[in-house]
Ligand binder design. Structure first.
Ligand code: T3D
Length: 266
């Protein structure tokens, strides 16, 4: 996979996708979002890849939408309909499900600032590991916009409605320690350990039953709006899918035979 603003590296069953426009703190241009969509689409369909890391080049993770693209039309007095972009082939509404609904674990290795849609992108990943000096800002309100790219879905689920509302309507910058304390990120590590820790976790996850991980991701999201009775019913249905995998048989047999299981992801 060869791109202008994204790089993809493979190390065994782990792929690292890197947003690569460091001069703009990896702001999401339409080129970058289109390339992310292409890369993630391919990695999601590649059975040999069993965990994905998303990170940024340089001192930023992602500074949100590339605002420089709006300069020309706004100076001309144009008022582009942003929904047209959001719902386009290179728009965030295509990108976010490729992260959140990937049939394998996705780790955001947050190497630096995550702002606006850059924070939304991190929230769409399954696990967030942040450097201790990484700041976070839901910057949308500072430019008169509402949170998009799934932030309205993921943020209250991560930090609760009261904190989500405060972050969203102030756009205030918070540091990594605060982000950890409120549940916005899973771990904070020294800045020079972000990628190494993300790799260690990705490798561990890649050795686990990938199909069960994919089903777990799906059911936890689907169950969040259901009653207990509906959840129990859904668990029973999805458990049949999990039990039909080779990895379920392997896990049970390995336990009974007192050996280490070898999971294939199928
Ligand atoms: O459909 C749509 O397009 C709408 C969707 C919108 C989704 C959104 O994401 S809205 C929110 C967009 N993002 C922002 O508003 C954040 C803007 N950036 C900042 O507030 C700050 O840059 C940061 C807090 C992220 C980092 O601050 P700092 O002081 O560490 O760095 P800096 O000096 O501001 O930025 C470094 C360079 O990156 C600078 O370029 P220069 O002056 O060195 O040539 C800056 O202009 C550039 N940059 C940073 N963010 C963006 C950007 N360029 C374009 N777009 C950006 N979002």
């Amino acid at each position: 996979m060869s791109y202008q603003q994204v790089t993809v590296e493979q190390d065994g069953a782990v792929a690292t996708v890197r947003m690569n426009n460091p001069a703009r703190l990896n702001a999401l241009s339409t080129v970058m979002s289109g390339e992310l969509i292409d890369a993630l689409g391919q990695l999601n369909g590649d059975e040999s890849i069993r965990a994905i890391i998303l990170t940024g080049e340089g001192r930023g993770f992602c500074a949100g939408a590339d605002l420089s693209a709006l300069e020309e039309p706004y100076r001309r007095g144009d008022r582009p309909k942003l929904s047209t972009f959001l719902q386009s082939d290179t728009g965030y509404n295509r990108l976010i499900p490729l992260l959140a609904e990937a049939p394998k674990p996705v780790i955001a290795a947050i190497n630096g600032v995550a702002a606006g849609a850059g924070l939304s992108v991190a929230l769409a990943c399954d696990i967030r590991i942040a450097g201790e000096d990484a700041p976070f800002s839901l910057a949308f309100v500072k430019i008169g916009l509402i949170p998009d790219s799934g932030a309205c879905y993921f943020l209250p689920r991560a930090v609760g409605m009261a904190r989500a509302l405060e972050l969203a309507i102030t756009g205030d910058r918070i540091d990594a320690a605060t982000a950890l304390q409120m549940g916005l990120v899973n771990r904070v590590v020294p800045a020079d350990r972000v990628l190494a820790e993300s790799h260690d976790l990705a490798r561990k996850l890649a050795d686990l039953p990938t199909a069960a991980i994919a089903l777990t991701k799906r059911i936890l999201k689907d169950a969040s709006g259901l009653s207990l009775a509906q959840t129990l019913e859904l668990e029973a249905t999805v458990q049949d899918e999990a039990a039909a995998t080779d990895d379920h048989i392997e896990g049970v047999m390995a336990f009974l035979e007192k050996r280490t299981p070898t999971f294939t992801g199928r």
